[in-house]
Ligand binder design. Structure first.
Ligand code: COA
Length: 263
């Protein structure tokens, strides 16, 4: 284990996984430049730490995951700095989206604008009953700038994404569940325990197989179906060369539980 405090986030290394808590609760964890810097540093650290086999993101306080990009900072932008603002944040989100380990957003309240986009850059979203999600940017005269127009349609479909982005309407947790925006909904006081339980379920599997699966499912977003199938076969072959594969299949044949080593 171990805990590291950045200026705007808290990083905690747990047994086999890590937790990042967005930590500007008095501003509903709004994402300012410093938070993007901190997240980028932290994501690099996670990427390069072989002991971290899953990553969870959440927000501090009872009200918000993150209520969006910091509107005070954003207000200073113009046509030129605005595109840098978006490109910078978008790259941080990309670093998260491209991680080869399972990533989960524990959505503990408002996830709006950039906050919603940060959850979209995670592979899975678990929400508390009080979660409210949406892309309210058009209310500010702008559009989602951290991947919302690209990732939201892939998750909920084009028509629903269009509705959410054009109307700026928020969805509550149950509606988010219904449209496939979140994987599950729990009582606020149970959210983190349920997420942890799920993380430990994943960690009980062969972690090389997990990251191989993550790699292939992620690749489905940018490869054609045909290229994706080739890619899958290649990575499948790679998993067949692991000790975990020998152990997993042997354990099945011996009618016992597999003991994976991540090798
Ligand atoms: N950027 C900067 N500050 C923000 C923020 C944001 N995106 N969202 C909330 N805050 C700040 C508020 O300004 C307030 O700060 P203050 O106490 O110094 O005045 C504090 O966080 C608490 O927010 P408040 O609006 O008082 O809470 P609320 O419960 O009344 O409303 C929301 C909650 C989420 C509905 C409301 O904060 C909101 O609409 N936020 C902006 C959402 C948005 O448009 N995000 C997209 C940005 S691109």
């Amino acid at each position: 284990g171990g805990k590291m405090n950045y200026e705007t986030i808290i990083f905690e290394k747990k047994a086999g996984w890590a937790l990042i808590t967005l930590n500007r609760p008095d501003k509903l964890n709004a994402l300012n430049k410093q938070m993007f810097d901190d997240l980028d540093d932290c994501f690099k650290l996670v990427q390069h730490d072989p002991e971290i086999k899953a990553l969870v993101l959440t927000g501090s306080g009872a009200k918000a995951f993150a209520a969006g990009a910091d509107i005070k900072e954003l207000h200073e932008s113009d046509g030129i700095t605005g595109s840098f603002f978006s490109a910078y944040g978008s790259n941080v989100m990309k670093r998260l989206a491209q991680m080869n380990i399972p990533t989960i957003a524990a959505v503990n309240g408002f996830a709006l604008g950039g906050g919603c986009e940060l959850t979209l850059a995670c592979q899975m979203r678990f929400a508390s009953e009080n979660a409210k999600m949406g892309q309210p940017e058009v209310n500010l005269g702008i559009i989602p700038g951290y991947g919302g127009t690209q990732r939201l349609p892939r998750i909920v479909g084009k028509a629903k994404a269009m509705e959410l982005i054009l109307s700026a309407n928020m969805v509550d947790a149950n509606e988010a569940l219904r449209i496939g925006l979140v994987n599950a909904v729990y009582k606020p006081e149970e959210l983190m325990a349920k997420v942890e339980e799920f993380v430990y379920l994943l960690l009980s599997k062969g972690t090389l197989a997990l990251s191989a699966a993550v790699e292939c499912v992620n690749a489905s977003e940018y490869l054609s179906e045909l290229d994706g199938l080739h890619y899958e076969s290649k990575v499948f072959g790679r998993t067949c060369g692991t000790e975990d594969f020998k152990e997993g299949t042997k354990a099945f044949l011996e009618k016992r539980k597999a003991e994976f080593k991540g090798k």
